[in-house]
Design a protein around this ligand. Structure first.
Ligand code: DP6
Length: 361
């Protein structure tokens, strides 16, 4: 039997023959980071993120019912119009993990076509938007088979499936702020799927901006999966997981009150702690680049000189996410253009903001 029987779907005799379903799903940026997991895709601590809007993956799923149930999954993958064989193993293992919850998978052949709004190999994690988009498309098919599924069941199971593709992907299904992982102070939180931040957020966060500076577009030397594994036996692991739990409590109050000074403190500390974990694992590694540090120092200096609420966060790479309230947009963009663009590879950056999650297109 499966770990989460509530997500198993009943077998049916009649399946739709063929069709095409499409959706778009965004990336997200964690404020309190997920770094460390147990099998299968269970986080060691709860994490919380802003769902983004502009950085997203659009996926269409063409499905055709087979005459008889196949021994293996049948799918073709097109990325930006071209076959993408190197993505296939990841999808193959995703299908294997989710088959227990979508029993119709081997009764179809699929053509999955996907594209991103952000530049290819920009170093922006495409797994969160990519896996959440695929999970959401598969749920659109599930809904054709079981039309009675409620909206909240639909979203919860989409997030549940997305998590089995990539942990952070489960936080992209809804927005503007989601939490994944059990936490005493977040109502209905779960290790199995993300939930919407349950309290009313302060108005300042409803339009929060995220400008992503593309510092280094190179392939990551260490994948997130390897990084998560290095938290097993890591000398600071237990303290780190406790700290993340504590930071979610702090951030919960901040998101309600709009206390931006405390927001900055939690978010920047989380970013640096994530990278500190990488630097203190065995083997140790560094994903920041010299320009990442230059940008961080510039941000601190700018804040000191202007009293701005601009702050930074990082994911598992060298790029810098700059977070700031909408009212500061003009000044911050001037600052980026005059002082920070020089540190971006080919002068590239992406203007994004908080968004509402996956949707059918
Ligand atoms: C640093 O979700 O990419 O971005 O579950 O192995 O696919 P897998 O890992 P992934 O890890 C994301 C790590 C992070 C922090 C975060 O998004 O919380």
């Amino acid at each position: 039997m499966t770990d989460y029987p509530e997500f198993a779907s009943p077998k049916v005799s009649e399946l739709p023959k063929e069709g095409i379903l499409s959706c778009a799903s965004p990336s997200n940026i964690a404020l309190v980071k997920y770094w460390g997991k147990r099998p299968v895709q269970i986080p060691e601590n709860a994490s919380i993120s802003f769902t983004l809007e502009a950085c997203r993956t659009t996926t269409s799923l063409k499905y055709k019912k087979l005459d008889k149930i196949s021994d293996d999954f049948n799918f073709e993958l097109l990325f930006e119009g071209k076959p993408k064989p190197d993505f296939k193993p990841k999808i193959q293992s995703f299908f294997t993990r989710i088959e227990a919850y979508l029993p119709f998978l081997k009764q179809y052949s699929f053509e999955i076509e996907t594209s991103n709004t952000f530049p290819h190999s920009s170093g922006i994690a495409s797994s969160a938007s990519g896996m959440s988009a695929l999970a959401y498309c598969l749920m659109l098919l599930e809904k054709q088979i079981h039309p009675n599924i409620t909206d909240s069941e639909f979203l919860q199971k989409s997030s549940f499936l997305a998590r089995l593709g990539s942990g952070s992907a489960c936080r992209s299904i809804e927005g503007p702020i989601t939490v994944w992982g059990v936490h005493d102070e977040i109502e209905a939180s779960s290790d199995a799927y993300a939930v919407k931040f349950p309290d009313k957020i302060h108005q300042v966060f409803e339009t929060y901006q995220d400008t992503i500076l593309l510092i280094d577009k190179g392939e990551k030397q260490v994948s997130s999966t390897v990084g998560h594994d290095l938290m097993h036996g890591h000398p600071f692991a237990i303290k780190r997981f406790e700290q993340a739990t504590h930071n979610i409590s702090k951030l919960k109050d901040v998101l309600i009150s709009g206390d931006l000074k405390s927001f900055i403190e939690v978010v920047e500390s989380e970013a640096l702690t994530l990278h500190a974990m990488m630097m203190t694992s065995l083997p140790y590694f560094i994903l920041m680049k010299p320009n990442t540090l230059s940008v961080i120092n510039k941000v601190w200096q700018y804040r000191k000189e202007t009293g701005s609420n601009l702050c930074f966060t990082l994911d598992a790479g060298a790029n810098v996410h700059l977070l700031y309230p909408d009212v500061e947009k003009d000044q911050v963009l001037d600052f980026i253009k005059s002082e920070l663009v020089a540190y971006c590879q080919n002068g590239q950056y992406i203007c994004d903001k908080i968004g509402l999650g996956a949707k059918k297109v």
